[in-house]
Design a protein around this ligand. Sequence first.
Ligand code: FES
Length: 91
Amino acid sequence: MQPDDELCLCFHVTKRKVVNYLRIERPQTASQLSECGGAGTGCGWCRPILEKLFDAQRQREDLETLDLPDSTQHAAGRGEHIRTGKGKPPA
Ligand code: FES
């Protein structure tokens, strides 16, 4: 996943935006990332990645080099997630 790829596809929040939010706002819980453009509050597909980035920030890992799915895999996975009724995109 590249910095300008959408991490939260429901709300078009890029990885760069989330990484900057983590660095600047230093949220205390992963759920506070919802304050970053609504990330994670739609279908829920991106939440594991948001949690992974949050945990990495807490462990002071390099967020730029963190192993994340590429954007094509990520989008395809979300499609399946929604098709199988595991999450609902925003209206
Ligand atoms: S992709 Fe982030 S909530 Fe749906």
